[in-house]
Write a protein that binds this ligand. Structure first.
Ligand SMILES: [Zn+2]
Length: 500
């Protein structure tokens, strides 16, 4: 694949000559200008502006559920409403297994895309001995003079964004990863904050101090963010409200004060696009994954639609620079074993159940269940107390549940309140609740099941993901290939040699 770009240029060159010959003398009259123009454009088929959008935990069930949901907003017909990126002219399928498992984690998957190499789960841009660092697509692009932007809804030191600027034996070395922003010298980091801003033991120099001392400008208010303008360099822009683990809020929980992934993408374009060499921008929607770990389809679908809105910002830019812009959209793996279909609902779905959901499982824990637990002794806890909140937050009407579902919900409620239920056989708590708040995960499971959405896991799964592309070099992304190949395809599109 390394020579694809050269071959393509050569083929177009031959074609141009052929067309020139068939349309008249090669160097005569008005044909000269036309020929020159064609040769020039063939030499310029190079992606100057590159967007790599990564939906964390996003495979086709996540994408298709968002398409069904989007359609259900306007009608009840059995049809889908395509998203911006599912309309792209080129699509492919991408395998995601890593060096240690058929079921990758986000660190090794992002390593594959960023460096072209497989490694162990948990490792960022180092080989399987955790000693040899890899060179990254962002480093190659930076060497070529491009500006680099890294955006994520989760913390900037989390595995996926980290893999586009850092190298670490362990993804959980958040502080050590964040410090590598300084050496990267990259231009725009935006979205979530930092998971361990003062280190694991909270005894280190604050990462914001380190970054600002190194020349970065840190903004965490909408006002200062809005004031950023083209020409401003080395920016760290963090959302003022961080919901959980220094991440931006789920889009379903986003208030008008919060910036969106689309806002951060649009600003990135504004800040980086004036550079004569263009830019490489990685934009991650990290909480599609988190929602799917918790089996919360409502939160996943809304984050996926917000992700698509961020992609629409790239599309608007691509319309202005159609010959020079490449947009690639992919997932790093599937999460949750999500599917359209559930044993209890057989061939039917009801996405109205998903539409009725008003907050994520996280917000429900914070706003409704948490305060109730704090105020209620466990021997006074009654499921009836929370049924109005259940109806309001998830549109789940207790009386509409089956006797079996009611029992499951009561059991989960008592577990959440710390009451042990007497059962004939001790149940597997992990299989039931996956380490989450039992009551909340049971609510989302029941709501999702009634919608016809099934889950098999609280972890990632090993199925391939879909990759979509449009713009300069789009044809490289057709077919069935491994995630390590995305690195080389991006390099080829940018006309970058990765030989050294
Ligand atoms: Zn992931």
């Amino acid at each position: 694949m390394k020579n694809f770009r050269k071959n393509k240029t050569f083929i177009i060159f031959i074609l141009t000559i052929f067309l020139s010959i068939t349309s008249g003398p090669l160097f005569a009259g008005g044909n000269v200008d036309k020929t020159d123009e064609k040769i020039q454009s063939s030499q310029n088929i190079e992606a100057k502006y590159v967007f790599l959008f990564i939906g964390d935990g996003m495979s086709m069930a996540q994408v298709n559920s968002a398409e069904i949901f989007a359609n259900s907003l306007s009608n009840q017909d059995i049809q889908i409403q395509k998203l911006n990126f599912t309309r792209f002219p080129v699509s492919g399928l991408t395998t995601t297994y890593d060096a240690s498992s058929f079921i990758t984690d986000s660190a090794s998957s992002a390593t594959a895309m960023a460096s072209g190499n497989k490694t162990l789960s948990g490792v960022i841009n180092m080989d399987t001995t955790k000693t040899v660092p890899f060179k990254l697509i962002t480093e190659y692009a930076s060497d070529k003079g491009k500006k680099i932007g890294i955006i994520s809804t989760v913390s900037l030191d989390h595995a996926t964004p980290a893999a586009f600027y850092a190298k670490a034996a362990s993804r959980s070395d958040y502080y050590g990863i964040a410090k590598q922003i300084v050496n990267s010298g990259f231009d725009y980091f935006a979205g979530g904050g930092f998971a361990q801003p003062k280190g694991k033991e909270k005894d280190q120099t604050d990462i914001i101090t380190i970054l600002t001392d190194a020349g970065y400008t840190y903004v965490n208010s909408r006002e200062n963010f809005d004031a950023l303008k083209s020409g401003d360099e080395k920016i760290i822009a963090v959302n003022s409200f961080l919901q959980d683990s220094a991440a931006m809020p789920y889009d379903i929980d986003r208030s008008p004060d919060d910036l969106s992934l689309a806002d951060y993408t649009r600003k990135g374009i504004e800040l980086l696009s004036k550079d004569p060499e263009g830019f490489f921008m990685m934009v991650e929607s990290g909480k599609i994954d988190w929602a799917c770990h918790a089996n919360d389809a409502g939160a996943s679908i809304r984050d996926l639609i917000a992700f698509d809105q961020a992609i629409s910002e790239a599309l608007a830019f691509a319309k202005q620079h159609p010959m020079e812009t490449l947009i690639v959209v992919t997932g790093d793996h599937e999460t949750g074993g999500m599917t359209i279909g559930f044993a209890g609902t057989k061939y039917t779905t009801s996405f109205n159940n998903i539409k009725a959901q008003k907050m994520s499982f996280t917000a429900f824990n914070t706003k409704i269940l948490g305060p109730y637990k704090a105020a209620t002794p466990k021997n006074k806890a009654k499921l009836a107390d929370l049924l109005p909140g259940l109806k309001d937050a998830f549109g789940l009407d207790f009386e509409s549940l089956t006797a079996f579902q009611k029992e499951q919900l009561e059991l989960a409620f008592q577990r959440s309140m710390g009451n042990e239920m007497v059962r004939a056989v001790e149940e597997d708590q992990y299989l039931l609740y996956g380490g989450y708040e039992p009551f909340t995960v049971k609510i989302t499971q029941l709501a999702n099941q009634n919608a016809g959405i099934g889950w098999t896991s609280y972890s990632h799964t090993g199925v391939p993901v879909a990759t979509f592309a449009m713009g300069a070099g789009e044809e490289l992304f057709a077919g069935y290939y491994d995630n390590t190949e995305i690195f080389q395809k991006l390099a080829d599109a940018m006309n970058i040699s990765t030989a050294n």
